[in-house]
Write a protein that binds this ligand. Sequence first.
Ligand SMILES: Cc1ncc(C[n+]2csc(CCOP(=O)(O)OP(=O)(O)O)c2C)c(N)n1
Length: 336
Amino acid sequence: VDPVVQGKTRAEQFYRGDKTGDKAMSILLHGDAAFAGQGVVYETFHLSDLPAYTTHGTIHIICNNQIGFTTDPRMARSSPYCTDVARVVNAPIFHVNADDVDSVLHVAKVAAEWRCTFKKDVVIDLVCYRRHGHNETDEPMFTQPFMYKKIHQQQHVLKKWVDKLISEGTIKQEWYEAEEDKYQKILDDAFANSKSPAYAKDKNWLDSPWKGFFTGKGPFPYPQTGVSEETLKNIGVKAHELPEGFSLHRGLKRVFENRAKMLGEREVDWALGESMAIGSVLLDGHHVRLSGQDVERGTFSHRHHVLHDQDKDLVFHVPMNYLHPTQGHYTICNSS
Ligand SMILES: Cc1ncc(C[n+]2csc(CCOP(=O)(O)OP(=O)(O)O)c2C)c(N)n1
């Protein structure tokens, strides 16, 4: 889910006009085995500082229970730490004993401050343990008997911390018990409610329709998506206009001339059709984002939506952003 979260965050930032990541940010929660073992983690790190992909810093929290289902770290990765993959972007990595709650709180604050100050990724490695099996049917004593004998002797982290807070006079035993009762009640109520299928189905699941969801929406008529020939032609012309003094590559001039000829003869090739399709959505005022490897030119050199001035370094032109003053913004960006 890492890139999905980043994409949603990026979209959130775009629509809020948040160019610095001050209004939206992502926090990613990982398992230790997954963090080291899944390629998507590495890929997401490499997108993290690309101008068109950055979300201006993510806080990564690794729930490092030192086991991946039944597999020990030594059999799951070749690097000393599960977090070593984050070193490719020089992210600071805080390894913290999750049994020491004060230290965890301190590290969390420092990580948040880092992200807010430098707008870069930061990693918290919560070194902890898994008290029970991977799931309800898993028996860890089959595979990690020594580890689990030790874990069974460990006092619960909550008990340890509460004892400390009470002994130093920060909280009172009665206050803690009242808080614990409140929390237990939330769990008990949820458990009781879970026995009623109607409750679980209609209220708890995010994919269930909420009140008024279908009101005024049925029976899902197909919207009119057709566009007049005049509009398409207009997009076809505008999508190839250049600013004054822009030096276009010779070969592209020929391509553009050919497209103009096609327009005159009521013909379209793939590239022209694509521009018309995207352009018509832009003219409706929608933001369009086309992202990925080599999308600006097109892998097979058909698109050319970002034009490079042949005489001036770093001068680009994206004609699709100049179709009409009230159009939506067109974002087109290459990636790794
Ligand atoms: C791509 C993929 N490979 C393997 C699995 C099987 N699998 C499920 S959970 C798990 C271990 C995950 O360990 P970790 O990332 O440390 O998270 P934890 O469950 O310990 O919190 C594995 C290997 C999977 N779900 N997906």
